[in-house]
Structure formats: C-alpha cells, structure tokens
Design a protein around this ligand. Structure first.
Ligand code: AMP
Length: 374
C-alpha cells in the first residue's frame, strides 16, 4: 500500500519510519518548498499544480501538517480514502469551530469570546476579566499569533502585535500543569488511548514530555479519555488525534486538538508497545490497532535550535536519540531524545544528565520537583 502524506516534515519522516516494517511506501506532498522528511518520494508543489500526479501515485492519503487548504483535502477525498476526514482538518484550523465543538460535546473549555477589532478585544477583556489570552482564530501554532492582556488597556497594542482580523479571547486558566492525551481510532471504530503525558513548554515550545504523567489521579485519565472519545466518535475520525489540556484544581480544561501525531507523543517510539506513528499508519491503512501500554516511565527531551553534543548523548545507555536531518536555527525542532526508566527518581536523574549535553535546554522542572513519590 502506498500512503500519500500531506506535509513533509519530521512527523512525516517518523510516520514513514514506522510504516516501512508494515510494507507501506510513502509519497509526500509538500507545499512549503522546504521538505525535511528526507525519505520516500517527495512532490514539491507550491502552486498546487501536481495534485493529480500525487493522487495517481497513492492508495490512501493522510496528513502530518494541518495548515493546508481544506479544499485540497476535499478534492483528494473525492478520489481516494483520506484519513482523518477533511471535516476534522477544518475544525482544527479554526479555534472558534473547535471550541464550539468542545462545548457541544460537554468538554470543558476556558470562557471565551470572539473579537474582530481592537475595541471588541477591549470589551471581551473587560467582560471576561483579565488576564486574558488573545489568539488569532486561524493559523496559530506554538504560541505564535498570541498575546496576554493584563488589563483591557492592553487591547490596542495586542491587536496590533497579533495582526489578524479575528481573534479568540480566552480567560487565562490558572493551571497546575499542561497535559495531553493521544488516542487512535480505527476504521471499524476500535479505540485506544495512550496514558496522559505532562508537557513542559518554554517560550511556547514543547521541551519535555513525561509519560505516564506523574501523580495523576485516576479520574483525570478517565476524564481525558471520555473527552477525546467524544471527539473521535463525533468526527468518525480515523487515525491519531491529540487533545491538549490544562490540569486545574477543578479538573481538566481543553485547550486545543491536533488532527495528527504530536510532539507530546514522541515518547511512544520506545516508551509504548506500539508507537503513535505505527498506530496512525495501522488506522489509516484499515488495520487493527496495536497495544498502547507503556513499557515503563518515559521522558522525551526536544532538541531545539542546536544539536548539542550528540556523540555524548549516544554514549548514554538509556538515551534513544532521534535526529530529523535539519539545519540549526533558533527555535527549530531538530530532534528529540527518549529516555526510559523504572522509577521517576531515576528518570529525573537521567533527564538532567542528558540535558547537560543539549545547550539551551531549560532547567528540567516538572511536577516531579516537589514531594516526588516513585
Ligand atoms: P496554544 O497555541 O493555544 O496551544 O497556546 C500556546 C500556549 O499558551 C499553551 O501551551 C499555554 O501555555 C498558553 N495558553 C494558551 N491558552 C491559555 C489560557 N487560556 N490560559 C493560560 N495559558 C494559556
């Protein structure tokens, strides 16, 4: 089976790496002009001229990137099986549609309002009560196109700095930590849920994911599963879906979802019986899903901007190094390291040991810092 992947970055690369053992081959369709997947066939098509060519070479289509025109996915879906459906893509591209769907499915969200001028942003900030986070309704990722308003008086400057015509304004959530759940749905409706991960961000970029998230009350995993199950079934979704959440004193609050494999699931490559990438390939190919049980305790460290001392990382007996074959650049994701351990104390020690070879890695701090229980 030849799988067509829309997008050609590191997520596509890791999808292909997990698909080859199942005898899949890959054709990537890149609209950015700078594909980095580095394997399989790549069609570079900045003007959308070679879609028919792409279609003629593949049996099924999926995505590794959600910021592409929905019309492209719709056009492809007329000819070939496209998983997940273009509707899932459309909703994930639009914060208003996404939060509306969350509410319809009784998934808690921050209180929010829409704004389409500096004046309406100010009004929204006043009525929600500051602090609020203003986000471009479309095209935002990794914290880009966002501003925090400490007072309604910040509205003019925030409107200018974001530079979009329509914003979502959210009440600032006082969360104890950020978490995510990754789940997968097969063509026949079979579901599987990975354990929740705790995600540590710096400057809007994910730096560390710990899974299973430490000190997690049982009902939190169950609540997250209920929420993502509602989304998967409503969208008749096929493939991996990620739901990013805030954990608060009153339970989970949904932030956003991604219709694809996710950086906070990279730990599953060595840390789970079946990786998120293999399970996505299984689902979109119409196969049964693989076991999602964790193999132990995992932490993923992102390699950002600089590769650091890769030779030293490779010497560590517990570090699994994944490089994306990309050039160094500020803020750019170049690879990640997966670390497994039998106890959280051992995990913390190993992560700190590893991070010293990654210049620019922020100090590893997580919910394991205080009163750590193994
Ligand atoms: P997003 O692009 O929506 O994922 O937001 C990027 C980051 O901004 C999140 O990972 C949070 O750290 C922070 N953030 C977003 N929305 C809120 C909110 N309503 N309250 C507090 N922090 C937020």
């Amino acid at each position: 089976m030849r799988i067509g992947v829309l997008g050609a970055g590191q997520l596509g690369r890791m999808l292909a790496l997990s698909g080859y053992p199942l005898a899949k081959t890959f054709v990537f369709y890149d609209m950015s002009g700078s594909p980095s997947a580095g394997l399989g066939e790549v069609i570079i098509d900045r003007e959308g001229k070679y879609l028919d060519d792409f279609l003629s070479r593949v049996d099924r289509v999926t995505y590794e990137f959600e910021h592409l025109p929905v019309e492209v996915a719709e056009k492809l879906a007329k000819e070939k099986i496209v998983h997940p459906s273009p509707r899932a893509l459309e909703i994930c591209q639009n914060r208003e549609a996404e939060k509306t769907l969350f509410s319809e499915l009784s998934i808690p969200t921050p209180q929010w309002k829409m704004a389409d001028s500096a004046a309406s942003l100010k009004e929204a900030a006043q009525s929600l009560g500051c602090p609020v986070v203003a986000k471009s309704n479309t095209e935002g990722y990794d914290g880009k196109g966002q501003a925090v308003l400490k007072s309604p008086e910040d509205a003019e400057a925030a409107w200018e700095s974001i530079g979009h015509t329509r914003l979502m304004v959210e009440k600032f959530v006082e969360f104890s930590r950020e978490v995510s759940i990754i789940a997968v749905r097969a063509e026949d409706g079979q579901l599987a849920f990975y354990p929740i991960s705790e995600n540590v961000h710096h400057d809007g970029i994910l730096r560390y994911s710990i899974a299973p998230a430490p000190k997690l009350e049982n009902h939190i995993q169950e609540d997250a599963e209920q929420h993502i199950k509602a989304l998967l079934n409503e969208l008749k979704y096929v493939g991996v879906l990620t739901l990013e959440l805030f954990e608060t004193a009153n339970g989970l609050v949904a932030n956003e979802m991604a219709p694809r494999v996710h950086n906070s699931g990279h730990w599953t490559i060595e840390g789970a019986m079946t990786s998120q990438f293999e399970n996505h390939i299984r689902a979109v190919s119409g196969h049964p899903l693989g076991n999602v049980e964790p193999r132990g305790l995992s932490c993923m460290i992102n390699i950002i901007a600089e590769h650091g001392d890769v030779e030293r990382l490779l010497e560590l007996p517990y570090a699994h190094v994944h490089l994306y074959n990309k050039g160094e650049r500020p803020g750019r994701k170049l690879g990640h390291v997966n670390i497994l351990a039998d106890s959280y104390a051992e995990l913390v020690w190993r992560v700190r040991n590893c991070a010293q070879f990654l210049p620019g890695s922020p100090e590893f701090s997580s919910s394991l810092d205080t009163n750590s229980k193994d």
